[in-house]
Design a protein around this ligand. Structure first.
Ligand SMILES: [Zn+2]
Length: 293
């Protein structure tokens, strides 16, 4: 009998979040032989585009950005897969079901197809079906603030929580649920240490990166061995991300230099059947999402 490898499901809001927030972790667990799935809830239709070539794809022009970003996500996941067969994108409810809501004060958030306007129960049902089918040992979502306050990210938090409860009712009690977070002090120290920031980019303000209190982080994943894959994945999201020539930093359309971090952070928030020990009772200090399974 062959034993099924360990399985992890990453839930993300837009194409590029998987790479920006958990790209190193995806690459590392694929390299380590785990089964990895990434589900993305929207196509990122409201993203701002870097450069002129694809600028007319934007929502206020051709409104074709979402379809194009499927290609970028496909290439990013292939880059993160390294020598493993490339993992392919999966979209909640199928590609195009839920639309990028944009920021809270934008007209895009009024669109009936916007993810924030989706029926929570319906969206959770779609995700619960993916969970019961894949039976992941680990699921990752975002913290309640959605990493940086984007409404779609906050919605991912709510939908994942509801989906995990439903999956439990259907017989798959996810052993470990995590928030993927950006530790404030860690990100800011890395930003201060950046050298060779390209001309035209700006340094992040002192409190500009990472919003999550570092002392609440339970799990630090060392991704230093897979940074080449993470950089290739960042390059794949070319309408959204520019990587500095030296590979140490990247910037979104706001040109704020952000460090390519060698460590990615998670908070263990829920344990289910199959997770040994009492991880949530004390201070958790893990270096592996599968620890204790
Ligand atoms: Zn996002």
């Amino acid at each position: 009998m062959t034993v099924r490898p360990q399985r992890v499901l990453f839930v993300h809001a837009h194409p590029d979040d998987e790479t920006l927030i958990t790209g190193g972790t995806i690459a590392r667990y694929l390299r380590d032989g785990a089964e990895v799935r990434v589900v993305t809830c929207t196509l990122g239709e409201e993203g701002e585009v870097i450069g002129q070539e694809y600028a007319q794809l934007c929502a206020d022009a051709a409104d074709q950005l979402g379809g194009y970003r499927i290609l970028e996500l496909t290439q990013a996941l292939a880059a993160l897969s390294g020598n493993r067969p490339a993992i392919t994108p999966r979209f909640l409810g199928g590609a195009g079901r839920f639309r990028d809501s944009g920021m809270a004060d934008m007209p895009s958030s009024q669109n009936p197809r916007a993810f924030v306007n989706a029926d929570l129960s319906l969206a959770a049902e779609e995700l619960a079906a993916l969970i019961t089918d894949f039976q992941p040992h680990v699921v990752t979502t975002y913290d309640p603030d959605g990493t940086y306050g984007h409404p779609d990210h906050m919605r991912v938090h709510a939908v994942t929580n509801a989906a995990v409860v439903r999956a439990q009712e259907r017989g798959w009690d996810v052993p470990k649920l995590y928030w993927a977070v950006a530790g404030r002090a860690y990100a800011q120290a890395a930003a201060r240490a950046l050298k060779g920031v390209p001309e035209g980019w700006v340094h992040a303000p002192a409190d500009g990166l990472g919003r999550f209190p570092d002392e609440q982080i339970t799990t630090r994943i060392d991704v230093s061995s897979v940074l080449a894959a993470k950089r290739a994945a960042l390059r794949a999201h070319a309408t959204q991300v520019t990587l500095a020539a030296n590979g140490m930093a990247f910037a979104l359309s706001n040109k704020i230099a952000q460090p390519v971090l060698a460590e990615e952070h998670f908070v263990l928030v829920r344990t289910g059947a199959g997770c040994k020990g009492t991880l949530l009772d004390g201070v958790v200090d893990e270096t592996d999402l599968f620890a204790g399974l």
